[in-house]
Design a protein around this ligand. Structure first.
Ligand code: 5AD
Ligand code: SF4
Length: 430
């Protein structure tokens, strides 16, 4: 009988895409996908360790799996992703009912997982990683994520990623080109290039060169990319984004803090003034660009004044949106050992101040495009309102329109008639 696999994904887009690759490999090896863990012969938890909260969610899910194994002892349980890499064989001690542990650099082991005898782990650093040769099993049909690089060399002092995903490696551009061409043939319209630091992509071409190559693929209408690092965002790249018609006017550029003292201790490699200069160049060269960011509240040693500088930065830059997080102490990282860790109540208070201010700014920015005409790519029925279709602007803002028979994947012009904090309401122009 065909074996069934269920994957529970925690964390970021990178992990969601890794899950697509895990399904891809397993389907090729004869497994069938199931949406019910109860029906599965193999359950994989694809874990995230970027913050403690993600880790806690994983451990409570892991606890639940114990009862599955009691009911069906033949079920196999695998832990994948960043916690697998971080904890390694310890996981077998913490949860003896776990069968396999493999890190994000070892997804290829799934090709032969049925033949491995538990407990089995694959945790090697994998510099010649061939993840790009793993087929991704995508659901959507319109939008696709594509890995262009793996790992990170930046060692921001708070971040666990360089320890779990290893050193930075860029995928050959012809390989990326081939994957995107295949997606275009299947009818995909939008691609998002994924990497921890896409600006430092370095293969036979640099990142601007890669964008130029991909811009030439017929059928692909929109090209996006995440994440950019401010220190590697050159003027040349900004011009490339402006000049290439398919590359969307949107950038996610994590600032993390408005205080130079904090940025220095974070090992970010730029000052606030340097960051603001790049924002100026982006706005000058790419009219209408939307800019989003990440902010960390309560980094070790962050004084009241440092926090006020972050608040000032948000007011000065006016991001279109941000993701803000309370600092979370992570294993191996330098910041975990820094003095003056900030108590949780203060971290929380600073975080809520940041979020409240940004909510006002986001709404103001959205209101500013009321009355404008925007192109949206229809993604399907809105998740929050089944009477509406949902699409995104080139600037990555969510727009809902009253449901019509416009098919998924259509590019249409809409007039923005109402702005809300998290979405815009539009009316299609015939
Ligand atoms: N604590 C809080 N936020 C973190 N991030 C990364 N590591 C931590 C941490 N230890 C945030 C950063 C990064 C985003 C992906 O997650 O803001 O840009
Ligand atoms: Fe982590 Fe910094 Fe690398 Fe981003 S650039 S993954 S925050 S170390």
């Amino acid at each position: 009988m065909t074996k069934k696999v269920y994957i529970h994904t925690f964390g970021c887009q990178m992990n969601v895409h890794d899950t697509e690759k895990m399904y891809g490999v397993l389907l090729q090896s004869g497994y069938q996908r199931t949406e019910s863990p109860h029906a599965a012969d193999l359950i994989i938890l694809n874990t995230c360790s970027i913050r403690q909260k993600a880790e806690q969610k994983f451990y409570s899910e892991l606890g639940r799996l114990k009862s599955y194994k009691k009911i069906r002892s033949d079920i196999k349980i695998a832990i994948a992703g960043c916690i697998a890499q971080q904890e390694g064989n310890n996981l077998f001690k913490k949860a003896p009912y776990v069968d396999y542990v493999f890190g994000p650099q070892n997804i290829q082991v799934l090709r032969s997982i049925a033949g491995k005898r538990p407990p089995y782990s694959a945790l090697e650093e994998n510099p010649d990683i061939e993840l790009h040769d793993l087929p991704a099993e995508r659901d959507d049909g319109i939008k696709a994520w594509i890995s262009i690089m793996y790992g990170c060399n930046n060692f921001c002092s708070y971040c666990v990623v360089p320890y779990t995903r290893g050193r930075e490696r860029s995928r050959p551009s012809e390989n990326i080109y081939a994957e995107v061409s295949q997606l275009a043939e299947k009818g995909y319209k939008e691609i998002t290039l994924l990497g921890q630091n896409v600006n430092s992509y370095a293969s036979d071409v640099d990142f601007a060169g890669l964008l130029k190559k991909l811009n030439g693929i017929d059928g692909i209408e929109r090209i996006r990319f995440v994440t950019s690092h401010p220190k590697d965002l050159s003027l040349g790249l900004i011009h490339a984004i402006a000049d290439l018609p398919k590359v969307c006017e949107n950038i996610h550029l994590p600032l993390q803090s408005g205080s130079n003292a904090v940025l220095m201790r974070m090992n970010r490699g730029y000052t606030y003034e340097g960051y603001v200069n790049k924002i100026g160049a982006l706005k000058n060269v790419i009219p209408g660009i939307s800019i989003t960011s990440d902010i960390i509240a309560g980094f070790p040693g962050e004084s009241d004044d440092d926090h006020v500088q972050t608040i000032q930065a948000l007011k000065e830059i006016c991001f279109d949106g941000i993701f803000a997080f309370m600092f979370s102490s992570r294993p191996h990282t330098r910041a975990a050992a820094y003095e003056n860790q900030i108590p949780e109540d203060i971290r929380l208070q600073r975080l809520s101040e940041i979020l409240k201010l940004q909510d006002e700014i986001t709404l103001r920015k959205n209101k500013a495009i009321e009355g404008s005409v925007q192109q949206i790519l229809i993604e399907g029925t809105s998740e929050t309102d089944k009477q509406s279709l949902m699409g995104k602007t080139r600037t990555n803002k969510v727009v809902t329109i009253l449901k019509t028979n416009i098919p998924k994947g259509s590019l249409i012009d809409v007039e923005i008639v109402k702005a809300r904090k998290h979405s815009l309401e539009g009316i299609p122009l015939s």
